[in-house]
Design a protein around this ligand. Sequence first.
Ligand SMILES: [Zn+2]
Length: 163
Amino acid sequence: MTHLWTPWRSAYIQGKHAKDRCIFCEAAQPNRDEENLVIYRGEACFAMLNRYPYTSGHLMIAPYEHVARLSLAKEATAMEIMRLTRRAESVLQQVYQPDGLNLGMNLGEAAGAGIEQHIHMHVLPRWVGDANFMSTVAGTRVIPEALPDTYAKLKRAFSELQP
Ligand SMILES: [Zn+2]
């Protein structure tokens, strides 16, 4: 499997086959969490796996509401994005013991947002040398863990962790 991307381009890859789909609005719908890779539901926001992870454990936190800018989200929603981001940080640290983490949000196409109409925070574990590895092999990455395994592990850890 070949992946050509920066950490922030994954949503673009997800979206490019169906231009008008919003994967976050789809994932926000109830009753299909496993299919949509949703691992946790909060009041205004939810956490889901990236279907095309840059590293194992690549998560995204998004509001249920289809909103294009953080500044346009309700304050409570923005706060919950940060609460779930902190929780994701703790969960990933506990489950994968990475050397570091990337947290980030791209607003607008010029900033690298793949799906620019629905804000989402990327949270991903990083290891020393993972980027070097990627450039060495010119974009071909081996994702070391199968998605269903990641899903089961992180869903459990997200629920068990005290908020
Ligand atoms: Zn949306």
